[in-house]
Design a protein around this ligand. Sequence first.
Ligand code: C2E
Ligand code: MG
Ligand code: MG
Ligand code: MG
Length: 292
Amino acid sequence: RVKNEGKGSAAFFDASMEREAQARMKVEQSLRLAILEKRFCCAFQAKVDIRTQDIKGIEALVRLRDDAGVIQAPDTFINLAVELGLIDELTHLVLAEIVKSIDLINETFGPGATISINVAAKQAGKPEFMRPFAAAIEATGYPERFMIEVTEDAFVTKTHFQDQILPIFRKIGVRISIDDFGIGYSSLSALADITADEIKIDRSFITDIHKRPRSQGILRAIESLSEALGMTVIAEGIETFEELAYLQAATKIRYAQGYYFSRPIFLEELKPAIPLASAARASPASRPPQEN
Ligand code: C2E
Ligand code: MG
Ligand code: MG
Ligand code: MG
């Protein structure tokens, strides 16, 4: 009896595993095809000076259009793209998209806004990607406009990111930002060994910050350490007035990013007659068209 049951469940397991493998292959194929066919676009989200409402910079956030024409957020495909070795190509496509849209970017966000590109931690440690990528940024003719965002893992894992790759970007004027700080594997003390220009405090510490004394403490610690190390602090994921009010009243943090100021937006959605900068100044809580 036991033997039979075992066989039966093994057969069942095989079938479901096969279905899973097939589903996965389909996802892989559609990702390969989407990248091959360049079915992607970038949404841009503002980094805002919370004292003046000025736009300090923007972050490019990639989206893919799947076979059915549905726009997919990066959480559904970035890890897979890394696994399949497609992320390098995708990152180059993001840069190309920015270069193509630079006039509209300048018109919308201002010619001084920094332009951030996310680089996966795995890519960041690979000289064979990062060297040509730095060269491509330099070839734009305005490398000093760019910033790359890398999670803290890239700094603490044993790669040549910090000692060999970072200096290449520094030299051409590209700035470095530590993304999602506080949720990775590094400790606060590891910050002391990291050379970066900007540190982005992860959204999980910002949500309801005005009601969470522990997050407030962590924020203070990150803030004073960053100040001592000469890094700009930016708070990610501000969604409410209360969160913003806390930052303004209780911290010296000057920059923030979040739905409260602006959702990531597609440039083609914007009417050039109403640049985001002036719209945001008139009414900080106003929301530009939401992405779907
Ligand atoms: P990230 O770099 O930390 O980007 C911030 C994410 O938080 C974005 O999600 C953004 O839309 C979202 N966000 C911004 N403000 C708020 C807010 O107030 N509330 C909430 N709930 N969310 C907010 P998105 O666009 O889905 O991107 C997710 C992640 O995918 C990014 O996290 C980044 O790690 C990765 N990613 C995006 N584009 C690229 C890319 O071109 N290359 C690589 N390697 N990764 C990318
Ligand atoms: Mg980012
Ligand atoms: Mg982030
Ligand atoms: Mg993130």
